[in-house]
Design a protein around this ligand. Sequence first.
Ligand code: ZN
Length: 687
Amino acid sequence: MRNLWNDAETSGMTDLDLLVYQSRLVGAEASLVLWGGGNTSVKTTLPDFRGRDTPALVIKSSGADLKTARPEDFTALRLDDVAALFDRDDMPDEEMAAYLEHCALDPGGRRPSIETLLHAFIPAASVVHSHSDAVISLTNSGDPRAAARAVYGHQATVVEYLRPGFRLSKLVGSVARDESGCSGVVLSNHGLVTWGDDPGEAYQRHIDLVTRAEEYAASKARGKTVFAPGKGRRPSSPERRREVAAALAPVLRGLVCRTSRGVLRYDDSPGVLDLLASENGPRLTGIGPATPDHLVHTKRVPLWVDVKDPEDIPDLRDALGLGVDRFARAYEDWYRRHSDGTIPMRDPYPRVVLVPGVGMWTAGKDARAASIAWDMYRHTIDVLASAETVGSYTSLSERDAFEAEYWAMELYKLSLAPGEGPLAGRVALVTGGAHGIGEGICRRLAAAGAHVVVADLDAQGAADLAEDMVRSHGPARAMACRMDVTREDDVSAAFDRARLAYGGLDILVSNAGIAPVGAIDRLSLEEWQRAFDVNTTGHFLAAREAVRIMREQATGGSLVFIGTKNVPSPGKDFGAYSASKAAEVQLARVLAIENGEFGIRCNVVNPDAVFQGSNLWSREVREQRAGAHGIGVEEIEEFYRQRNLLRERVTASDVAETVLFLAGDGSAKTTGAMIPVDGGLRDAFPR
Ligand code: ZN
């Protein structure tokens, strides 16, 4: 591992700046820490609230990420008060958390890391703790003491596995105080702690110890193949593999997200497929997690689902159903065996699902959580391989794993995630999503927590919007795809992308439409047919794909069709438009009738005169409609405003609010309905 410390960059920095610099270097190495894991600290002097110089421990806040560390991600505590705890023999977690609140230099600030005492009890000025893959490979290889002695001699000491908390902190503190010449402690089945006289020294010792573990594992790995290929588990081609994955994903999503909403992430990269194709894969993946920090995200073990033929979709679907049920029963038994009932059981479904020949899925309450589980399991695979070359992979006992997953402090970290919107964990696809009403809908659904697929004929416009939503809401919260709603293959390809990217779909907003103008006696057959291709067949093709996915998931769903005020109240010279949109509404009603028994709802929103950013209201349509109403083209927006009862201009965000209502649980008992968003038009009242 490269030592990235640069003395020129750090000269003149304060202790706190050095700590931030050190933290970012540690955080930048994914094989050291992932997603809020690991922690760093410095002991320094800071003014208290009266300006008096006070010895302080500055430590990463609970849940903060080292990779993106900023000064405000650290919490300062009065060192004397914290260090005084070393004289005790034990302390329950809740008492420790309450005690540390009293030690804060800045009351009401963020909670300090769950490993604060470990840092406080080590007398050195700076401490770094990581979950280094290479070090864990040593400690999870059967005989951690022998492996560590072979690599480190007396430079680092190995301590037995203890759940993070007071007793582990005291043990590590004692080692650091007693053993001369030792610059680090290897925590069995957990990670590495190093210290130094300043953040630079603690970091450099960390990198040194990690590098030696890497070199040792590499020397042991020479000439060995850990994941020896098994027989007949490789699928024919990447294309076929993805076809199978797309067919399975909604079924799996429905199974693992049946009690709480969530999405899946799919991975069929070579490293994963090697593990899945190996003879020893089922045994190795059943042993347990690499480090206790992974447990809340990955659960103790993944679900391994095996069938004879990895292309046999019906057989795979059945095997997934049986596998998930078996996993849930085993989880419930495990919970009952170890729980004293103080923390209720978390959902019993797997977070990592391995299907030989097809790939790996990870599940989470949103794309971020699914990615955390993915990242952690990818690192677990590396650790498995490396530990097997050093010795034979071992993990926490069942009991220790239970205590790690149900450790209140770790669950507290999860609770720090930002509040969730009403559509959190759901996936929506919006056709014609790049502009106008579609854009407003995409933005509103994303703000409500949904993952949004922006489908549009304008590929660039869709990509720009998706990128913008990702900037606002986080990676993988939106994606773009080019889609011509009149082409069957285009439509099914777009929905396949949603199957692979998120595991399925909960909401379809069928919005793409065109507005050809012209009196019927002058309308060409091509124009007439084009209107029906987009405004009727386009909705049919999109809804057909959506309903197929929703039925496979078996968790309900919502289809929202964007109609028009012209359905109840058609307009002159708008024959092709009005007739094709009326057919769309009839289609929506039949969808509601056919899919009610599956909990899939279908409703229509009828907007009127939304001009903002609209491609529908082209120059030609504006001129034509102005002519039809006998007004000047520049008066048209004002004309439409004046003609409604509320005298309101209807905007894309007005339509989006109604779509949000129909997409979400607020309208759970409504299907087959039509809601106008038109400022109130007597002509369009239902009759
Ligand atoms: Zn740790």
